[in-house]
Design a protein around this ligand. Structure first.
Ligand SMILES: Nc1ncnc2c1ncn2[C@@H]1O[C@H](COP(=O)(O)OP(=O)(O)OP(=O)(O)O)[C@@H](O)[C@H]1O
Ligand code: SF4
Ligand SMILES: [Mg+2]
Length: 349
């Protein structure tokens, strides 16, 4: 993929060096005979202090992308460059060893926290890496950090099992703050929480990002969470980013048929049910070991034509960045113009 054919987004102020720059990233699982290209040529940028949301169905490669950026799975090709806390760009690295630069927040905080430890120890763990015993002198710092995420000192000595899901996720956010890592990968951080708690944790994440100048990659199945927290959004399908751009622009003017289908699938009060029925997202995501030729979405796309099976769609700029900063809106669909102006009509089943 050439530099100008990448789906690159620079959210926020384009004069700042991006906090994260991913180029042509490929991550494969399996062996020579049975390979899944879980991430297949993804390029994206995230400006410092902003949030890039990543959305896509199960199996589209979201977690693999996050783990590859964090250095938790090996990269087959491509590069990841993470700027330091001072904003200075780091050299692009092909693989592992990004401890200290990236923190992860996972869906299930129970798995991320040691069940036998009082949570204050988990919070300050990143301050003393590789030390089995957490020094008692760090307890005050942990209490301070817990306070910053809305947990009083009475929580410091609790075990994770003695807290609610939302409180546990607050602990992992406090730990991410303690780590002082400039980049935080949030992989479905609110998916396991009750809907009212989701809103609180999203708000906290956003406040923490702003207060500490952090940059997030925020993965979710849920378009409304992305809309609430992200500056930019990238849409993944079978290992590829098919659309990326400012979140409002993408939600209001989606260009890729897959993005359009994802947005239509969001239940909205007042939306005419018949409207949704006319544009359902049909069929299962194909087997990632044998993706369709050409456009990977073609087996489910109501607009698919011959060219879609033959040629991989190039990435095109749909809208340039807004004056004064922001990111371009780009998509990878042969027919986005025709769909937009109504000359390409969807098949009706
Ligand atoms: N360790 C692994 N070994 C082999 N294949 C894997 C492994 N982890 C993920 N995969 C495959 O890679 C593809 C992408 O998986 P990934 O977990 O990144 O998707 P995801 O978008 O995060 O899905 P979900 O929304 O369900 O979390 C899937 O086809 C999955 O089966
Ligand atoms: S390239 Fe063709 S199959 Fe792919 S999304 Fe566009 S119209 Fe649909
Ligand atoms: Mg996942």
């Amino acid at each position: 993929m050439t530099a100008d054919s990448t789906l690159a987004a620079t959210a926020g102020d384009t004069r700042k060096a991006p906090a994260l720059q991913v180029r042509d990233l490929v991550v494969r699982y399996g062996n020579r005979r049975d390979t899944v290209r879980a991430v297949d040529g993804v390029s994206v940028e995230v400006a410092r202090g902003t949030t890039l949301g990543i959305i896509g169905e199960s199996g589209s490669g979201k977690s693999t992308l996050a783990k590859a950026i964090a250095g938790l799975v090996p990269i087959n090709s491509g590069t990841v460059a993470i700027a330091g806390p001072d904003g200075k760009p780091a050299p692009a690295a092909p693989s592992v060893g990004r401890a200290g630069q990236v923190q992860m927040i996972f869906q299930d905080p129970v798995l991320a926290l040691n069940p036998g430890r009082p949570v204050w120890k988990s919070v300050v763990e990143p301050l003393v890496p590789h030390r089995p015993v957490i020094p008692r002198r760090l307890r005050d710092r942990a209490v301070e950090l817990l306070g910053q995420v809305g947990l009083g000192p009475e929580f410091a000595d609790r075990r994770p099992g003695q807290m609610s899901g939302g409180q546990r996720q607050r602990v992992t956010i406090a730990r991410a703050v303690a780590a002082r890592a400039p980049l935080v990968m949030c992989d479905e951080p609110v998916a396991a929480l009750d809907i009212s708690v989701q809103a609180e944790v999203l708000r906290l994440l956003d406040e923490v990002r702003e207060a500490f100048g952090l940059t997030y990659v925020f993965i979710s199945h849920d378009m409304s969470s992305i809309a609430r927290i992200a500056h930019d959004v990238g849409v993944m399908y079978l290992g590829r980013l098919v659309e990326v751009g400012p979140v409002r622009e993408v939600l209001e003017r989606p260009r890729h048929p897959y993005t359009r289908a994802l947005i239509r699938a969001v239940p909205r009060i007042g939306l005419d049910a018949r409207d949704r029925e006319l544009h359902p997202l049909e069929g299962e995501i194909p087997d990632a070991r044998r993706p369709p030729s050409g456009c990977r979405f073609r087996t489910r796309c109501p607009f698919a034509q011959e060219v879609c099976a033959r040629d991989e769609p190039p990435v095109e700029t749909v809208a340039e960045p807004a004056p004064g900063g922001g990111s371009a809106h780009r998509t990878a669909c042969h027919l986005w113009r025709e769909i937009q102006d109504g000359t390409a009509r969807p098949r009706t089943s």
